[in-house]
Write a protein that binds this ligand. Structure first.
Ligand code: DX5
Ligand code: ZN
Length: 213
């Protein structure tokens, strides 16, 4: 399985986003956390910012929608330059219809689950998805601790499907990346660990090496 590191710009300096993207040029994906202050108690980036970032970055955008009504916004994010559009099973949108709409827009669809959500919810959709995002913290904020108790959910998806990308998001650092990789994850979101390190590109390489099992 190809290992991919997807740094979350939530932990970056929003006053210098172009510079921050240049510090993570070794990354495979750019993870962009979109929060609406309703699905989660925080508000972050919207489609206009994604569009602006697209002008200065060639790395594919992994857009994580933590919003209540994703089906109403996938068009905006697709137009803004999202390459993978990920939405939550716990949102109010119909899962099948939202996946169809993302595909109609020519983008890859991913489905995310919060730590307390049973993974069985995503199993019927695996064939239609490029990726499943398993949250290893409660969504809403960066800098929280990795929840190892979520690992059996990753194991279950990996047993069911050997090909699909499984992304972990929350508390990933040079140690926890090993635990998630062992469970079967191959895409690793890392916010604080990457941006708080002196040379983010070196941390990306370290995470990728440590994920190798
Ligand atoms: C949390 C976001 C994460 C967050 C991860 O709701 O979905 O992507 O940025 O941050 P760290 O790596 O600091 O836990
Ligand atoms: Zn995220």
């Amino acid at each position: 399985m190809e290992l991919k590191i997807s740094p979350s710009i939530l932990a970056s300096d929003y006053a210098n986003l172009e510079k921050e993207l240049n510090r993570i040029s070794n990354s495979d994906l750019i993870h962009i956390d979109v929060m609406d202050g309703h699905f989660v108690p925080n508000i972050t980036i919207g489609a206009p910012v994604v569009k602006a970032l697209k002008r200065v970055c060639n790395i594919p955008f992994d857009v994580h929608l933590m919003i209540s009504n994703p089906i109403d916004y996938v068009e905006d994010f697709a137009a803004a330059g999202a390459d993978i559009i990920c939405f939550h099973t716990e949102s109010n949108s119909d899962i099948e219809k939202t996946i169809e709409k993302i595909h109609f827009l020519g983008k890859k669809a991913a489905l995310a689950v919060k730590p307390k959500t049973e993974i069985d919810v995503v199993l019927p959709f695996l064939d239609k998805l490029s990726m499943v995002l398993v949250m290893t913290v409660e969504p809403g904020f960066g800098g929280q601790s990795f929840m190892e108790e979520v690992m059996p959910k990753i194991e279950k998806i990996r047993e069911t499907n050997k090909e699909i990308d499984i992304e972990v998001d929350g508390g990933i650092n040079e140690e926890t990346v090993k635990i998630a990789a062992k469970a079967g994850a191959n895409v690793f979101v890392a916010g604080s660990s990457v941006f708080k390190s002196e040379i983010p590109n070196d941390m990306i390489t370290l995470l990728r090496n440590n994920a190798e099992i």
